[in-house]
Design a protein around this ligand. Structure first.
Ligand SMILES: [Zn+2]
Length: 64
């Protein structure tokens, strides 16, 4: 799959507690985070929508 201009972003993060993935391309509907929001740009009160783990529990995911 070809890149679409997201190369400079940090990419997806995976919750270290429940393995829920935050994808910047999708945002987070549960938190009303719009698509295209980098993990670093999430509101400070954001936590895992699945298990409520704090942002520090999230680990970087590499695509390839
Ligand atoms: Zn989680």
């Amino acid at each position: 799959m070809a890149g679409t201009g997201e190369a400079g972003k940090a990419g997806r993060r995976e919750c270290g507690v429940c393995w829920n993935v935050y994808d910047p391309a999708l945002g987070d509907p549960q938190w009303q985070v719009p698509p295209g929001t980098a993990f670093e740009d999430l509101p400070s009160h954001w936590s895992c929508p699945n298990c409520a783990a704090e942002q520090s529990k999230f680990l970087a995911l590499s695509d390839d």
